[in-house]
Write a protein that binds this ligand. Structure first.
Ligand SMILES: [Zn+2]
Length: 178
């Protein structure tokens, strides 16, 4: 029997579960593979180009990324225990967003190229050289594993404005009659 993939609720900042350091996984087994597929499905539906396990309330070092454009062939990366082996001195700036900070964006500067080692969905060790948007998204998702959000890379003033707005819209949602 093929299990159906599930769409998972994504935590919205500010939330203490987005600020914890995620734990390494022992190995990628069937349960974790299923989690990776559910995370991908959740990401595609949102739609988004990356998702980290802490964003769905699982404090484990698992991320999924797919930066292919609409109409292009999908290129999904499922990564457990990702580690940056090398990063370039050259930097790149992208206007970043996050499924946990909906409708907010800010320019974030990061190393332009990286080499990352990870366990794939079949528990195989892989190494990937990434540049451009893919490099940025992998670094953004890996930040989530340290409890770091993209707003932690911008000025405290801008960060607080965004987090206050998110908090306010959460309160409004909570107050709405069901
Ligand atoms: Zn994010």
């Amino acid at each position: 029997m093929i299990p159906k993939v599930a769409v998972l609720p994504v935590l919205i900042a500010p939330d203490p579960r987005l600020k914890v350091k995620a734990k390494p996984v022992a190995r990628v087994d069937a349960e974790l593979r299923r989690l990776m597929d559910d995370m991908l499905e959740t990401m595609y539906l949102a739609p988004g180009i990356g998702l980290a396990a802490p964003q769905i309330g699982r404090a484990e070092r698992v991320i999924v990324v797919d930066v292919s454009r609409e109409g292009e062939e999908k290129q999904a990366y499922r990564m457990a225990n990702p580690e940056i082996l090398w990063q370039s001195d050259s930097l790149a700036t992208y206007n970043e967003g996050c499924l946990s900070l909906p409708e907010h964006y800010a320019d974030v500067t990061r190393p332009a190229e990286i080499r990352v080692r990870y366990l794939d969905h079949e528990n195989e060790i892989r190494t990937l050289e990434a540049s451009g948007l893919l490099a940025t998204v992998i670094q953004h998702e890996m930040d989530h594993l340290e409890g770091v959000l993209f707003v932690d890379h911008i000025s405290p003033l801008k960060r607080n404005i965004i987090l206050r707005k998110l908090q306010k819209s959460k309160r409004q949602k909570a107050a709405e009659p069901v």
